[in-house]
Design a protein around this ligand. Structure first.
Ligand code: CA
Ligand code: CA
Ligand code: CA
Length: 402
C-alpha cells in the first residue's frame, strides 16, 4: 500500500501499457479520513496508455480523494477502474471531494466497475461531475453497478456537485448504477449517439425506496439512437424524484424509452419539447426531438372486480406498427400528476402492438387483471416498432379511476 500525497505532480502518471494499482491512498492521510492540504493542481492518476487496472478485490481498493483536479484521467483503451473510492473517505460515508471530475475517460473498451457488487466504485462527493466520458472513440466502454452520488451503503446522499454522469461520447453502456443526489442531472448528454441506459436507479436509493432526487433532471440533453430501458429482465430504469423532468431531451431522434418506472419528478416524465407537452398532429408528419412522436389517446378506462379495461385510439404515420405501453400512477404520488394533464408512468401494466391504417389510425383494447386502486391514473406511450422507435407519454386526468 502506498500513501501518495503532497506530490508536486500527478500521484501516478502512467505512460506504459499494462499495470495494476492496488490499495493506495491518494491525497489523504494514512487513516484515509482527512485530505492532506497542498497546492498541487495535478491529478491523481493520468493513464495515457492501455490495459491498466485500478483496484481489484477486497483490501485492494484505492482511495482517490482530496485532489485538486480530477480523481482519475484516462486517455487510452481497455483500462479497468474497479472497487475504488473516489471523492469520499475510507469508510465511504463522508465527502473528501476531488475538486474536478471523479473519473474522466476517453477511449474504447474502458470499464468503470465490472458489474459486481465487489467491483463497484463509490464515485461521490466530488466538486464536479462524478464521471465524464468524451470523444468519438469511447465505443464499447461500460459504466456498471457503481454508486454515483451516494454513500457506500447506497442509501444516503453524498452527491457530486454537478451531474452524476456526463456523456459526450458514443456507444457507451450505463447499467445497474445508482445515480442519485447529484447537484445537476443524473445523466447529462451532449450530442452523443447509440448509448444504452438500463437498470439504473436515478434519483432514488439502491433499494428503489427513498427519495434521493438529482437537482436537475434524471436524464437530460441531446442524443440520437439511444436505448433507455427495455423489455428484458433488469433493463428498465427507475427515474424518480428529480427536480426537473424524468427524461428531458432537447434534440435528437430515434431514442427509445421502454418500460421504465418514471414518477414523482418535478416536471413531465418525458419531455421532448422544452418542458411543455407536444401536441398530436394528423399522420405525425412533424419533426423535431424524437420526431415529436404522437401519443395514444385513452378513450375509456374502467375498473371493476380486479379487472381493468382500457380502450384507446391512436393516429401516427400510416401503415406502421407501434408498441403501446400502459402504465398506472398511484393517486398518492402527487408529483406525477402534472397541471398539463400529461404525466408520468410509475408502474408498467402491460403493452399492446397496433398497426395504423392508411389514414394513420389505429385503436386498441387493453385489459389487466391485477389490482389497481380507485383514484389511480392510467396513461400510455407509443413507440414505433419498425425502425429505431420513439416514445411519448401522456397522462390524462379524465381517466382517473373513480
Ligand atoms: Ca411531474
Ligand atoms: Ca407528432
Ligand atoms: Ca412526427
Amino acid at each position: 500500500m502506498l500513501l501518495i500525497s503532497d506530490n508536486a505532480m500527478s500521484g501516478i502518471n502512467n505512460q506504459r501499457s499494462g499495470g495494476t494499482f492496488l490499495g493506495n491512498k491518494i491525497r489523504t492521510n494514512i487513516t484515509g479520513i482527512v485530505a492532506i492540504p497542498n497546492d498541487d493542481y495535478r491529478i491523481f492518476m493520468s493513464i495515457n496508455s492501455d490495459n491498466i487496472i485500478v483496484g481489484t478485490g477486497i483490501n485492494e481498493s484505492n482511495l482517490i480523494s482530496g485532489n485538486k483536479k480530477m480523481g482519475i484521467l484516462i486517455n487510452g483503451d481497455r483500462n479497468k477502474v474497479i472497487n475504488n473510492k473516489i471523492g469520499v473517505d475510507i469508510s465511504g460515508t463522508s465527502k473528501i471531494p476531488n475538486e474536478g471530475i471523479g473519473v474522466y475517460f476517453a477511449g474504447e473498451y474502458n470499464e468503470i466497475g465490472d458489474g459486481t457488487a465487489a467491483g463497484r466504485n463509490i464515485i461521490s462527493g466530488n466538486a464536479s461531475n462524478g464521471v465524464t466520458f468524451q470523444g468519438g472513440g469511447t465505443e464499447y466502454s461500460t459504466i456498471l453497478n457503481n454508486y454515483i452520488g451516494v454513500d457506500i451503503t447506497g442509501l444516503n446522499p453524498l452527491g457530486n456537485d454537478l451531474s452524476g454522469i456526463v456523456s459526450q461520447g458514443s456507444f457507451v453502456t450505463i447499467k445497474d448504477n445508482v445515480i442519485s443526489a447529484n447537484g445537476g442531472s443524473g445523466i447529462s448528454t451532449n450530442g452523443v449517439n447509440e448509448f444504452i441506459i438500463q437498470g439504473n436507479n436515478i434519483g432514488v436509493d439502491a433499494n428503489g425506496e427513498n427519495d434521493l432526487g438529482n437537482l436537475s433532471s434524471g436524464l437530460a440533453g441531446s442524443h440520437n439512437g439511444s436505448t433507455i430501458g427495455g423489455r428484458g429482465t433488469g433493463e428498465p430504469n427507475i427515474i424518480v424524484n428529480n427536480d426537473v423532468s424524468g427524461i428531458y431531451l432537447f434534440s435528437g431522434v430515434d431514442n427509445q424509452v421502454i418500460s421504465n418506472s418514471i414518477y414523482n419528478n418535478g416536471n413531465l416524465g418525458i419531455s421532448w419539447a422544452f418542458l411543455v407537452p407536444t401536441t398530436n398532429d394528423n399522420l405525425d408528419l412533424d419533426t423535431g426531438t424524437n420526431n415529436r412522436q404522437n401519443y395514444p389517446i385513452i378513450d375509456t378506462s374502467c375498473y371493476e372486480v380486479n379487472n381493468l379495461n382500457v380502450q384507446g385510439s391512436f393516429n401516427s404515420e400510416a401503415n406502421k406498427s407501434y408498441y403501446v405501453e400502459l402504465f398506472k400512477n398511484e393517486s398518492t404520488v402527487t408529483g406525477s400528476i402534472d397541471p398539463s394533464d400529461f404525466g408520468e408512468g410509475q408502474e408498467l401494466l402491460g403493452s399492446v402492438i397496433i398497426t395504423t391504417d392508411g389514414n394513420g389510425d389505429a385503436s386498441f383494447i387493453f385489459t389487466h387483471s391485477t389490482m389497481v386502486s380507485m383514484g389511480d391514473y392510467i396513461l400510455s406511450t407509443a413507440t414505433e416498432c419498425t425502425r429505431r422507435p420513439s416514445g411519448c407519454r401522456r397522462m390524462d386526468k379524465r381517466y382517473k379511476l373513480y
